[in-house]
Design a protein around this ligand. Structure first.
Ligand SMILES: [Mg+2]
Length: 247
């Protein structure tokens, strides 16, 4: 039976340097926009990935990264099949092309023009609020071609992220109904209803051979809905999910 692993990437198979201990032996896993090393992979992460490669598993990334940001990842074994990017708003087919059937599907199901207006309003209000408070953070919209996927608020590293996110969410006046808020570390994503990893993973599972063994891996609480679509789910024991469990 074929094994298919749907996996989040950041904080699963790679992470920024400060998340590792001094003694970890690291290799470069992704670059930043200037071509400098940004994320790293430990030997244990590499060994886990090799387990799936050696058993010829199909590895499908399921990430909040945009397609362009995903291309900065230097681990080619993650690019051999389908890919779910921008938190599920876009699917890339195994041939590397954007999945038009998926784009049509969400265009038919959701009023994307209205949502685009709403995301732009939210982004403008967030930018004004951040500026007025002098926070070291940026708000911007992550888009894939003509689809506005979500609003991202990214804090500068090393500041009190929770204080900033709490201030934003308690003080901005805009209606966040139907928007899912995902906070992990220095990032906050405000996700419209069509931007869900779960919807995209469910779509791909329906394209696969029924007899596949489906595995999933994720670290964030927001990964749980797509992880539950699997037969078995994995998580790093140092992760937001693990921290939320009493065990
Ligand atoms: Mg993650």
């Amino acid at each position: 039976m074929r094994t298919v692993l749907f996996t989040d990437i950041d904080d699963c198979f790679m992470a920024t340097k400060r998340k590792f201990s001094e003694s970890d032996s690291l290799s470069i896993a992704s670059l930043d926009i200037d071509g400098q090393a940004r994320s790293f992979m430990s030997e244990k992460q590499r060994t886990l990935l090799e387990l799936f490669i050696d058993t010829r598993s199909t590895i499908i990334p399921v990430t909040g990264r945009s397609y362009n940001t995903l291309k900065r990842v230097q681990v080619s074994s993650l690019f051999k099949s389908w890919m779910v990017v921008s938190h599920g708003a876009l699917i890339i087919e195994p041939n590397g092309k954007k999945c038009n059937a998926w784009v049509e599907h969400i265009k038919n199901k959701f009023p994307l023009g209205l949502w685009s207006d709403k995301l732009n309003l939210i982004n403008e209000e967030l930018k004004e609020f951040i500026l007025s408070k002098g926070f070291n953070a940026q708000s911007y919209i992550v888009s894939e071609d003509d689809i506005d996927c979500y609003v991202c608020v990214k804090c500068t590293e090393g500041i009190d992220y929770d204080f900033i996110f709490d201030s934003i969410l308690s003080q901005i006046s805009i209606d966040l109904n139907d928007i899912k808020i995902h906070i992990n570390g220095r990032n906050m994503a405000l996700l419209p209803p069509y931007t869900q990893k779960k919807l995209a993973v469910d779509y791909i599972i329906r394209q696969l051979d029924e007899k596949s063994l489906i595995l999933t891996m994720g670290d964030s609480l927001s990964d749980i809905p797509f992880m539950k679509l699997s037969d078995f789910a994995l998580m790093p024991t140092k992760s937001q999910i693990a921290d939320s469990l009493s065990w």
